[in-house]
Write a protein that binds this ligand. Structure first.
Ligand code: AMP
Ligand code: MG
Length: 308
């Protein structure tokens, strides 16, 4: 998936930790072979070539990720859309060339995108494309899924305290010895802007952060994000950093991107409809504003209370 993975484990013996590392990284490697956009023969890239010819059977992992993506696309009116591969690729080239993608090319790519053109059959576990030239991009959801799945392998081996970090997508189980939880630092949070502690102590959760300006193209006085608004085919121009806490990384990672596209108000409404928590930092020339969902406010209040 084009990124670095770090696993932290607390066990009674180094030997036990070593075996667990191997199992965790094996699971990551297997998921990379399925979900990576960077490996031409990943399962995701293979179905890009074969699905236009008719329904193709896929692995349980890929079907899980695609099903979650389609559910999120439905819930967001297509703001989250795993079929934006053709559009995402044009923007990746545009960042390299340091100029906006060609309008005609964007319109053509948009014609080969759209979540309603991706058909899933849960009974047969197959995937079909309605249009030739479609391409899937799991970049917004795959890393969080991989983090939680690797953690699951460790938990199944009886390891109670571990953290898997796939780039900025984290999944963790019980607290490290002597701690109340994993200390999660909310990065770049201007202290005093909101009653949000810079560090949360959490257990048994997944945390994902999506930064709209993390990878970007600067041109014509604007900054275009690597996150696309499928409605326009354009990179987002609002500077948002969205942190989502959920039980599974599949949800945390999918939601951080969905909230980025929906924007602050519609994004918070989406979070409130799920068992998830979110913190949204919005930067404008006038300064920084911070908004939190109700569950995030509860976590923050707990972290700030002296009795905690
Ligand atoms: P994240 O860092 O989790 O927000 O994921 C960003 C990545 O998701 C981008 O680099 C693209 O590969 C992909 N992507 C961009 N826009 C969208 C979108 N609207 N829906 C789904 N995936 C997207
Ligand atoms: Mg995401």
């Amino acid at each position: 998936m084009g990124t670095l993975v770090r696993i932290t484990i607390f066990t009674a013996s180094a030997e036990e930790a070593k075996d667990a590392f191997r199992a965790g990284f094996d699971r990551i490697r297997d998921l990379d072979r399925i979900l990576s956009d960077y490996q031409p023969d990943s399962e995701l890239n293979r179905i890009t070539r074969t699905a236009p010819g008719g329904a193709v059977a896929v692995s349980a992992d890929l079907f899980t990720v695609l099903s979650a993506a389609q559910a999120l696309a439905d819930a967001t009116g297509g703001a989250f859309d795993i079929t934006q591969g053709p559009v995402v690729r044009l923007w990746r080239e545009a960042r390299k060339a340091a100029r906006l993608p060609d309008r005609g090319a964007l319109a053509e790519a948009a014609g080969r995108s759209g979540f309603r053109k991706l058909r899933l059959d849960p009974a047969r576990r197959t995937v079909a494309f309605d249009t030739a030239g479609m391409a899937l991009d799991a970049g917004a959801i795959g890393k969080g899924y991989a983090a939680s799945e690797a953690l699951e392998v460790l938990s199944a081996r009886g390891i109670r305290s571990a953290l898997v970090a796939v780039s900025g997508d984290l999944a963790f189980s019980g607290a490290p010895p002597g701690q109340r939880g994993w200390r999660i630092r909310i990065h770049a949070l201007d202290p005093g802007v909101a009653r949000v502690p810079p560090v949360l102590e959490l257990t048994d959760a997944a945390v994902s952060t999506s930064g709209s300006s993390e990878q970007h193209l600067d041109t014509g006085g604007r900054r275009y994000s690597h996150i696309i608004d499928p409605a326009s085919g354009m990179g987002l121009v609002d500077d948002l950093t969205v942190t989502v806490i959920a039980r599974h990384g599949l949800d945390a990672d999918g939601l951080d991107t969905a909230v980025s596209v929906l924007g602050r108000d519609r994004g918070l409404a989406l979070i409130e409809s799920r068992s998830a928590a979110a913190l949204i930092i919005e930067r404008t020339p006038g300064g920084e504003t911070v908004q939190v969902s109700s569950r995030f406010a509860q976590l923050a209040a707990r972290a700030l209370s002296p009795s905690h």
